[in-house]
Design a binder for this molecule. Structure first.
Ligand SMILES: [Zn+2]
Ligand SMILES: [Zn+2]
Ligand SMILES: [Zn+2]
Length: 84
């Protein structure tokens, strides 16, 4: 009998908030300049940025929502991950 137990890959499974049964999310919150938040873990996530372990500015993911382009309007989706 020489089975080797391989530890599970590093991943948040039960954090402090889990233990306290708090509403939270394990994804990374992306905060936009207009005050809205996105979640990398669940597109439908509606929790506040503070309820995520990590928060980044959308400018860090090449989102240009804070930079109105000249003649913008058509290109709104371009910076929001809706590119083809
Ligand atoms: Zn948790
Ligand atoms: Zn943005
Ligand atoms: Zn989330």
């Amino acid at each position: 009998m020489q089975g080797i137990l391989v530890p599970a890959p590093a991943r948040i499974e039960a954090c402090t908030d889990c233990e306290h049964d708090l509403e939270h999310c394990h994804g990374t919150a992306i905060t936009h300049f207009d005050g809205t938040d996105d979640c990398t873990d669940d597109p439908g996530c509606r929790l506040a940025a503070e309820q995520h372990p990590f928060t980044i500015s959308c400018s860090e993911v090449q989102c240009d929502c804070g930079i109105p382009l000249p003649g913008a309007g058509l290109a709104w989706g371009a910076g929001h991950g809706i590119s083809a």
